[in-house]
Design a protein around this ligand. Sequence first.
Ligand SMILES: [Cu+2]
Length: 277
Amino acid sequence: MNAGTKLAAYGVSVVAVFGASFAVGTTAEPVGLANAEAAEHSGAMDMGDGLPGLASTAGGFTFVPSTDALVAGRPTSYEFSIADEDGHAVTEFDVEHTKRMHLIVVRRDFVGFVHDHPVMAADGTWSTTLDLNDPGAYRVYADFVVDGDKHTVGTDLFVPGTFDPQPLPRPATTDDAGDGYEVELDGELVVGQESELEFTIRRDGEVLTDIPDYLGAKGHLVALRDGDLAYLHVHADEDRLAFEADFPTAGPYRLFLQFEHGGQVRTASFTANAQEA
Ligand SMILES: [Cu+2]
């Protein structure tokens, strides 16, 4: 049998099998429906939709970056789109935290955290300028809402050069955010329940009470799991610098708190361990 005949025979058998299952489906419809329902309940239909940010495709959306490498220390245009299940670039996004797209970029050892808001062209191409100073392997997250549902898909981004990996900083409840700002974290990270995390900002030792809204809340928190950089969805308290997060497993997480003060966005970062209840 030559290749052509083989392909033709394969085609015929596929049609035959497909035809047979179609016939079964039409004559025994309840069985098919029951199976589909069972699959849905067992979570089989959600395959690949584990923790946010680990997959480049999740919930029917795919992160399509224009490049997977950037040059260190040079502001460079970074473009991407979010493709739907048919491969078409999505152009309709809901506003969340005052923006339609939140782009988070961080090196896999948690160095060089970036939180950016790209601009979308009419064809669904998002673009921004990234200036990554340190070579290494980065994780990029696109965090967005479509039809009321929140999605986070991730992809890798490489910056060639000599990579000097940094150890995970020790757990701490205070961080120096620069310019005399110090941020204190209060709250326990408890596995499997909504953990409340509250932050206090001091400048030169004085507690600041005049923190303006940044992205529709007093602050913005990104929580990433150590080891795989799973991205946690965090809910901000509208009136206080407090958040609720659900930590899926015990162990260390890296938290990035952003707030605005003195006309500038500032970032404090913490390592914190989640404990079993
Ligand atoms: Cu954002």
